[in-house]
Design a protein. Structure first.
Length: 310
């Protein structure tokens, strides 16, 4: 039986069977958008600080969603503490941490560490639900992670990565793991746009004293400004709402498959727009990720209650 009361910090998806066409659509669209996020952040950092980028992207994302009528759907007072948690660990925190980290590590390293997000989400989901995941789900996540490692290793080898930058990314990934899980029951009751819009506006308020003041003092170039606008409206507002909707349908751990598809998108963009070449390891990794995606998308099997902790 699925539990979706707000007294529970997370919940199963409403669809525990195979992914529906709408689920695939949300997954691929979100992965496509987020696959370009590292590029927009890098361009934004050319003339803006991490705090300024975080503040502007959250504000623009919230404004963009506010124009969508379902996002203005009322929510109960009891939902606000969880929305505040999402605002801190899933929006404001990671938005700042990723900007700071990308000043210290190369994008290939950032992408590699980000690829651990699905496993983090799965681990937290098991602890919160106190229930073992399905066999297909576990196999798919492990196969997908093997694919990410295969794909990323040639690019990460010899890359510059300061320990502080790696630590910042790991904290951000842990925040995403918590946020993705606690968003599920709220999305199922109020819808993704309504939850994410409020979380983005709360995150904007949290960042206003620091990021707002730095944004006002900034002199952004046109390229940085355009990059942050795209990052805010599309990558933060629209994509986060779509991700929340997918999580409500399939569950947080299966929706986390997005994190495995993102590197494929990044490679395709590099080939198309930057004349990059594709290595054999990247092709092999892509095949493994797609196999993992197929397994995760299938009906969840052999779900058993976890052993209670004393």
């Amino acid at each position: 039986m699925r539990t979706t009361s707000l007294g529970q910090m997370t919940a199963e998806g409403t669809n525990t069977g195979s992914f529906a066409p709408s689920d695939w659509g949300l997954l691929l669209a979100t992965a496509g958008i987020w696959g370009s996020s590292f590029l927009w952040i890098s361009i934004g950092l050319e003339s803006l600080s991490p705090a300024a980028i975080a503040f502007v992207r959250l504000a623009l994302g919230g404004i963009a969603l506010s124009l969508y009528p379902p996002a203005r759907r009322p929510v109960d007072r009891e939902a606000w503490p969880i929305i505040a948690l999402i605002a801190l660990v899933g929006n404001a925190g990671p938005a700042v941490l990723y900007g700071m980290a990308q000043q210290r590590v190369e994008s290939s390293v950032a992408g590699m560490i980000t690829a651990t997000t699905p496993l983090c989400i799965l681990a937290i989901s098991i602890l919160m639900l106190r229930r073992s995941p399905g066999t297909n789900q576990v196999r798919g996540l492990l196969v997908g992670f093997a694919g990410v490692i295969t794909m990323a290793t040639p690019n990460v080898t010899g890359a510059d990565a300061q320990p502080v930058g790696v630590a910042l990314l790991l904290v951000a990934v842990f925040g995403y793991g918590i946020s993705s899980n606690v968003t599920v029951p709220l999305q199922q009751k109020y819808g993704g746009p309504a939850v994410i819009m409020r979380a983005l506006f709360l995150g904007t308020l949290v960042l206003a004293p620091w990021g707002g003041s730095e944004a006002i003092r900034s002199s952004p170039t046109r390229n940085s400004l355009v990059a942050v606008i795209i990052l805010g409206v599309v990558g933060t507002g629209i994509a986060r709402a779509m991700s929340a909707s997918l999580g409500g349908s399939t569950g947080a751990s299966r929706a986390a498959l997005i994190g495995y598809i993102v590197p494929i998108v990044a490679i395709v963009l590099g080939v198309v727009f930057r004349d990059e070449t594709v290595e054999a390891a990247e092709i092999a990794g892509t095949v493994l990720i797609l196999c993992g995606a197929f397994l995760i998308s299938r009906k969840q099997l052999d779900r058993r209650p976890s052993v209670p902790t004393s």
